[in-house]
Design a protein around this ligand. Structure first.
Ligand code: NAP
Length: 484
């Protein structure tokens, strides 16, 4: 039955239904879990044309970008299905009893594995209506881990959120999932009420620092605080060493501009700041390089935020305009580039701030040691990029920079740009606050599943009462780490 205005369940009822589904889903065999994830992927692919048409209307993102994003989304669901089948994500550890354990007391029989954390609330992102929304990474990870999901729809694409949820519901039910495996709630206050609901056991979020921090505080102020995996803001600085700047100024300028303007600059991994030697030809190359035609931003709120943050930064006395984009303060802005110096950033590190949209800040330096000094005043970042040649001088600069950047960022890149985050086993999409509220985790890649799992150890248990994954005969064939 379709829900009409009078039958839309309350937030409390939605959470309760998702909690019931979560209990049933946690007990569903891993093989069925994988089958359901694949069925959802197939159904989303089949409904792709309809879903993309709605997404275009609601987000103004172009069709090729949305097609690519849907492909990434369904690939992700299938990859996570493979992970569920292989069983490594359970991190099974079995320590058999050892009377001679050198600790000084006998070691008991201990068997540890990861179990589903419980119902998850996912605050969907505005800028990825597929890959970080109802069927996106957080939902896929939570489902793979064995939890049902309530998605707080982003107000920027409400119809797409409902349409995606309807496709998921039908496919999941046909493949053997419990009803209400993935549900959607709309409204800012409803999102807060769901986050405060005692049945919710973890939450994920992609969006602004202000919004993410407010919700993180709510999650922590609950009588029972819960993990809140917030992916917030990042500037993703790129450091160009003198050798590379001298040997390939034009290529660096074009590569950076393409990364800064991709998806109209509305990406959390946009390399918003580029540090270059003052003497290099990069600044001139940037003045003349081609930029994409003006295009609309995701929604009015993002457009207003872009104008405000661009005006604040360009209004700073230490910042000049390197290149003003056409209609740079309107709904369809062309890229704008700003210019400042490393000295100014060292005086006021807040110049390194996120401008969400098609804009970037070029920072000139006069001494290569400035790179390290600027890196050391940065806040937490999702990524940091080094552009350098492999000659001794550039490598020496990079050698000094890497430890500082390792301290500040979740992913370091060498001669590649950070946009286009691949979904893989080794991917890391996270970083120290304010890039995320949970620096020990990733929001992308198969390691993201671990966010929605919780370890439990069974001591001295009879085999008949142990989960199958922990039994000696290992009927599921999952990887078991035995006696270390
Ligand atoms: P947002 O304003 O943080 O909103 C994200 C989600 O959180 C929405 O569902 C929103 O609800 C909810 N929310 C925000 N503040 C809240 C509060 N105080 N209490 C309860 N719920 C709250 O993010 P956005 O709309 O995507 O974009 C705004 C800015 O976020 C951008 O300009 C950019 O700076 C940043 N952003 C960052 C990323 C990233 O990947 N790190 C991605 C997108 C945007 P409603 O929709 O109901 O208001």
């Amino acid at each position: 039955m379709t829900e009409t205005a009078t039958t839309i369940p309350s937030t409390d009822e939605l959470v309760t239904r998702v909690a019931d589904a979560s209990a049933a889903w946690a007990a569903t065999p891993y093989a069925v879990r994988a089958r359901v994830l694949r069925a959802i992927a197939d159904a989303l692919d089949a409904a792709g044309a309809d879903l993309i048409a709605i997404a275009q209307e609601e987000t103004a993102l172009p069709q090729p970008r949305l097609q690519g994003e849907l492909k990434r989304t369904t690939f992700q669901l299938r990859l996570f299905a493979d992970v569920v089948e292989r069983g490594e994500f359970l991190d099974v550890r079995i320590d058999r009893p050892d009377a001679e354990w050198p600790m000084g007391a006998p070691r008991p029989d201990l068997r540890r594995m990861l179990v589903p954390i419980g119902p998850v609330l996912n605050f969907a992102a505005s800028n990825f209506p597929f890959a970080f929304s109802v069927a996106g990474g957080d939902t896929a990870a939570a489902l793979a881990a064995g939890n049902a999901v309530l998605v707080k729809a982003h107000s920027g694409h409400p119809r797409l959120s409902d349409a995606t949820a309807a496709v998921i519901a039908e496919a999941a039910a046909e493949a053997g999932a419990p009803a209400d495996l993935v549900r959607v709630v709309h409204g800012t206050q409803e999102g807060i009420a769901a986050l405060q609901h005692p049945a919710i056991k973890a939450a994920s979020f992609t969006g602004s620092i202000a919004g993410g921090r407010a919700l993180f505080d709510i999650a922590n102020a609950r009588p029972e605080p819960i993990p809140f995996y917030g992916e917030l803001g990042s500037v993703n600085p790129a450091f160009v060493a003198p050798g590379a700047a001298a040997s390939r100024a034009g290529e660096i300028a074009e590569g950076w501009l393409a990364s800064v303007t991709g998806s109209q600059g509305q990406l959390c991994t946009k390399p918003g700041v580029l540090l270059v030697p003052a003497e290099s030809g990069i600044v001139d190359a940037l003045r003349g390089a081609p930029v994409p035609s003006p295009a609309p931003l995701l929604n009015d709120r993002i457009a207003q935020g872009f104008v405000q943050s661009l005006e604040a930064l360009s209004g700073n006395q230490a910042v000049s305009v390197l290149r003003e984009g056409e209609a740079s303060r309107a709904q369809q802005p062309e890229a704008t580039l700003l210019l400042t110096s490393a000295e100014a950033v060292l005086d006021d590190p807040e110049l390194v701030t996120e401008v969400f949209g098609p804009a970037g800040l070029v920072v000139t330096y006069t001494d290569a040691s400035d790179l390290e000094r600027v890196a050391s005043v940065l806040e937490g970042q999702l990524t940091a990029t080094i552009v350098a040649d492999e000659d001794e001088a550039d490598l020496e600069i990079a050698r000094r920079l890497v430890p500082v950047l390792t301290d500040r960022a979740g992913r370091l890149l060498w001669n590649q740009w950070p946009t286009g985050v691949s979904v893989t086993f080794a991917q890391q999409h996270g970083g120290p606050y304010p890039a995320t509220t949970a620096p020990t985790t990733t929001a992308v890649g198969t390691a993201s599943i671990a966010r929605f799992l919780r370890p439990v150890a069974y001591q001295n248990f009879p085999a008949a009462l142990l989960p199958e994954a922990l039994r000696d005969e290992n009927p599921l064939g999952v990887p078991q780490r035995i006696d270390g």
